[in-house]
Design a protein. Structure first.
Length: 174
């Protein structure tokens, strides 16, 4: 399964000069857990709800004064849209991240999250179940076919033997 098949396509961004409070309003309005941070049209980082909580609220900083650029994660990891989801999971595990921007043609076109990956488990389970059923059905069909072919082959061999035996008996009886 490819990243583009399971990613969240709704990318919400925030300007790096916005305040954390403004970023939180954007989170709330769009019901997302992360924002891609841009400086004009250039992606410069990512900010998550966790960043706002840990780096502002728990650090007793004022969210109306703290800029997004002060708490964002710069130099973000990304993954190509056509990469397998296993690669995304590996990157996320290795770098301890829960949200991974997805790129295609040097543009961010989506984001793949732990939730997106966990939702694929059902799809894999269903696929494995269907393959198992198909295997059993196919095996039964093959077994029946082999039995049928075996009967035909035995009948053919028996017929040939009968024919040969009959010709031999004819020669002996002459």
């Amino acid at each position: 399964m490819l990243v583009e098949e399971v990613m969240t396509k709704n990318i919400v961004d925030v300007d790096c000069n916005n305040t954390v409070f403004e970023a939180c309003e954007i989170y709330s309005k769009n019901k997302v857990g992360s924002l891609v941070v841009k400086d004009k049209d250039i992606v410069v980082g990512i900010i998550t709800e966790r960043d706002a909580i840990e780096k502002v609220i728990l650090a007793n900083r004022n969210p109306k004064e703290t800029k997004v650029s002060e708490i964002m994660t710069p130099n973000i990891k990304t993954i190509h849209a056509l990469a397998p989801i296993e690669k995304a999971a590996k990157i996320m595990k290795e770098h301890h991240i829960k949200k991974l921007p997805v790129i295609l043609n040097n543009e961010i076109i989506g984001i793949i999250t732990e939730t997106d990956l966990s939702n694929t488990i059902d799809a894999f389970s269903e696929a494995v179940e269907k393959l198992s059923e198909l295997y059993v059905e196919t095996k039964e069909n093959i077994d029946k076919m082999m039995d049928d072919w075996g009967d035909v082959i035995i009948n053919l061999k028996g017929h040939k033997k009968l024919s040969v035996k009959t010709k031999l008996e004819e020669k002996i009886n002459r």
